[in-house]
Every structure is written in C-alpha cells, then in structure tokens.
Design a protein around this ligand. Structure first.
Ligand SMILES: [Zn+2]
Length: 451
C-alpha cells in the first residue's frame, strides 16, 4: 500500500485521504486473520477478550462435555460463518449497534443491524461461492463498490465496507501479483467515486474515512501441514474439514494458514495444559516441531502468569508482573526483543516492540491465551511458509495469521490530521470513531482514543 501510494498507482487515495490526512501503520491482532481481526475495529477488543481466537477454534471444556455440541469447535470458513454474531458476547457492543444508521457491505459481523441495512446479505453467499470456485474475485469487489455507493444514498451514519480482492488474489497468486495490484487500484477507484459523491452531497467535509486492513500478507512457497505432522507422529488429530476423526488425541485449528492452535484432547477435564505437563504430553513431537524448517515459534502457557515462546533460537518467557508485562530470555531470544525486565503497560509494550520483527508480541500472546477457546499451544510459520496443505484448495500462494511484522502491521490511513501519533493498534479505531462521531466512549475495551 505504501509503495503503491508512493509510485502514484493509487492517485485518489493519495489525493483525497493521504495528502489531506495521515498515513501511518497500526498493529492488528494475533492471529492476524479475517473474522477475529475484524473484532478490534468493530468492538475495540482483541479476539481473546471476545473468545473468538481464530477463524477456526475448539473449546476443550465444551468438547469434553459434548463433542457434537454446537460450541465445541468451529470453522468460520464454511456454513458456520453464520454463527459468528452469536459467538460474540452480548455485553460487547459493536459499532453497528452503536450507530443509528449503520450499513454493512460484506463483513461477517452484522449483529444489531437494522433490517435492510446489511446491504450484501442476500448476494454474499452466491458471489463468494462463485468467486471461490472460479478464482475470480473482481465481481465481489465490484459488488462491494456498488453497494457502498448505494449506502451513500441512504443518509448513512456509519458504513463498514470490505473489499476482499486484495486478500483473495494474494492467497491465489501472490501478494504482489498483477491481479492483486489491480485489486488495490480498484479500491482506489472506489475511494475516488465515494469522495466525488460525498462532495456532491455536501458531506465530504464532515465525513471521516479510514482505510485499513485486518492483516498483512506474505508470499508462500512451502507448506507444512501441521495436522498431518502431529497425526503422523502418533497423535490422531482432529482438523477441519475431517471433523469426524475417531477418538482424536489432538486437534489443530489453523488461521490464515500461518498460525495454528493445537489442543491436547487426552486430559478429559478440558483444562489447559501448562508448562512441563504440556511438553510431557507432546513427547518427541515437541523437539521435532521446534526443529521443523517451516515453524517460526511455538508459544504456550508456562503457568498462570507466564507464557513461554520457543524457536530454534531458544526459549523466553513473557511474564505478567503486576500491571505490566516483561520479556525474559531463558535459553535464547526467539522474538529478538532483548531483555525487557521492567514491567511494561499495554502502550509501553507496543512502543517497545513496534519496530521489531514481532510488533506487539507481548500483549498479543497474553490476550490470545486469555480465553477458553485458545489452544494448549500455538504454532506460527516463518515468512514464506504456512501450516495447511492437505485440505487446502486452491493451493495458497500467500499467507497471514502469524505474529511476524509482515502480517501484523497494517495501513491506517485517514483523512484527518493531528491525532495522537503514538504507535496504534486496530483496537484503537473503535473508540476513536465513536469519539469523532460525538458518541459516548465504551469503557472496558482493549483500545485507546487517538483523536
Ligand atoms: Zn486471507
């Protein structure tokens, strides 16, 4: 996005948004994947806070109570996408519920939408299915643009519009493939049309436009199928779409294909496995996983206040001490952050890691473990690699989901100047939008106000 704006390929975004406003970067959440990574914008909360820690997940407690219960495991990639709204806790309002005249174009978060305001509700299933089968996403972006323009005619107070073409073409082809670049340019065309229309309606000056993304992307040349990897080593593994696996000992739930939750299903109390108990349960699989070429790092709960991170570079602890987090290398420094032994609050932890290879790693690892649907451990793949192959069709040539900066840093572009310029998270967008619109701030979120 940055390069394309600089090279003049996105003239409308440059003129209407960047030159009149601000171009900066923000961090998204871990796992950096569509669905969970919409929660920061729309609820101000991390996926762990909402208990939706991946595009696929399992809940060990629910699973052991009733394997085939509705809330035992989930994949939002198929028909279960329709459960997303109900999976969000009632006491966390989303922006659609906080504005009087909200409109939605293609987001799966539509709870509280007034009747008729989810503009693409009827056309989405058919359009997405056709695009998926034919590998052609241009008609979806085109529909996105047309519905966005229709929203402008209906006196909107808030519009959330998704253009899925950049992500889809990146997975199908390459993050910098010509077709992907075309998808960026189409967003630019749409921004130009929206600006022109709002000017004509006399609403441009009073409209805040934010362009952002739920994740970054990197190209993918090598696949490791994490479920197969564990299965072949003697732990029968439950993974989508093969959810009927008989008496599984583990489950793998992949997000964005560069991150995966792993659940150990033998301990029938459904409680998470901590520290040595987890390593003992995984046995020889553990060192094999750490040594595997495609694996970037593995992270797990060491005890109630400590999260461990291990890669071929060694092991470190992320530890909660009072109101802050520390990063303490033990046998090595897998995240390359050095020793951070003074407890850092959420903003300090972001500041200290924003320029690193793993922006916001401390807060993101803690938040994802902070829910009942998180795995006993998470695995991430290195840039260039991903973790899902056997059941992935079509083959992915681009991935996201991990904590690497290529996936975590997203554009945060808006047509205003002078906001607080400290490192930002996408969770900050939620209350910033509310305040900007003159609405009351929602307490009890994971974000801050920037305007
Ligand atoms: Zn994607």
């Amino acid at each position: 996005m940055q390069a394309l704006i600089k090279s003049g390929d996105l003239p409308n975004i440059r003129k209407e948004i960047v030159e009149a406003g601000t171009f900066r970067q923000a961090t998204t959440c871990f796992p950096s994947t569509t669905g969970p990574a919409y929660l920061p914008f729309l609820t101000g909360c991390f996926p762990g806070t909402i208990n939706i820690p991946g595009i696929r997940w399992l809940d060990k407690g629910e699973y052991h109570r009733n394997r085939w219960g509705r809330n035992s495991f989930r994949s939002y990639c198929g028909y279960e996408a329709g459960y997303f709204n109900a999976d969000m806790p009632d006491d966390r309002p989303n922006l659609h519920e906080l504005f009087d005249r909200p409109f939605n174009v293609f987001s799966m978060i539509t709870r509280g939408m007034p009747k008729g305001h989810d503009l693409t509700a009827k056309v989405k299933p058919g359009l997405y299915l056709r695009a998926h089968l034919r590998h052609i996403w241009e008609p979806v972006d085109d529909a996105s643009h047309r519905h966005l323009m229709l929203a402008m005619d209906q006196d909107p107070e808030f519009v959330f519009a998704v253009f899925p073409g950049v992500d889809s073409n990146s997975h199908l082809r390459h993050p910098r493939h010509e077709r992907t670049i075309q998808a960026y340019k189409f967003v630019d065309y749409s921004v130009g049309q929206v600006a022109e229309k709002l000017k004509r309606l006399g609403r441009w000056d009073e409209t805040l436009v934010i362009l952002t993304s739920d994740h970054g992307l990197s190209d993918t040349h090598t696949h490791l199928d994490l479920a197969d990897f564990i299965n072949r080593r003697g732990m029968r593994t439950l993974a989508y779409p093969a959810i009927w696996t008989h008496r599984p000992k583990a489950s793998v739930m992949i997000s964005g294909n560069a991150a995966g939750h792993v659940y150990c299903l033998q301990n029938r109390n459904g409680l998470p496995l901590l520290g040595d108990e987890l390593l003992h349960t995984m046995g020889d699989i553990w060192p094999a996983l750490i040594a595997e070429e495609s694996v970037d790092f593995v992270t797990w709960r060491q005890d109630q206040t400590t999260y461990a991170v291990e890669s071929a570079k060694g092991r470190a602890w992320i530890q909660r001490q009072g109101n802050g987090l520390c990063y303490l290398p033990q046998t090595g420094d897998p995240l390359g952050l050095g020793r951070l032994d003074t407890p850092l609050d959420a903003q300090q932890a972001l500041d200290a890691t924003f320029g690193s290879d793993y922006p916001d790693a401390l807060v993101q690892i803690e938040q994802v473990f902070n829910c009942s649907r998180c795995g006993d451990f998470l695995v991430t793949s290195k840039p260039g690699h991903d973790l899902r192959y056997t059941w992935e069709w079509p083959e992915h040539h681009g991935s996201h989901g991990s904590l690497h900066r290529e996936h975590i840093l997203v554009p945060f572009i808006y047509n205003r100047k002078g906001w607080d310029d400290r490192p930002a998270r996408t969770t900050d967008i939620f209350n910033t939008v509310l305040k900007w619109a003159g609405k009351p701030i929602q307490e009890n979120t994971d974000g801050k106000v920037l305007c």
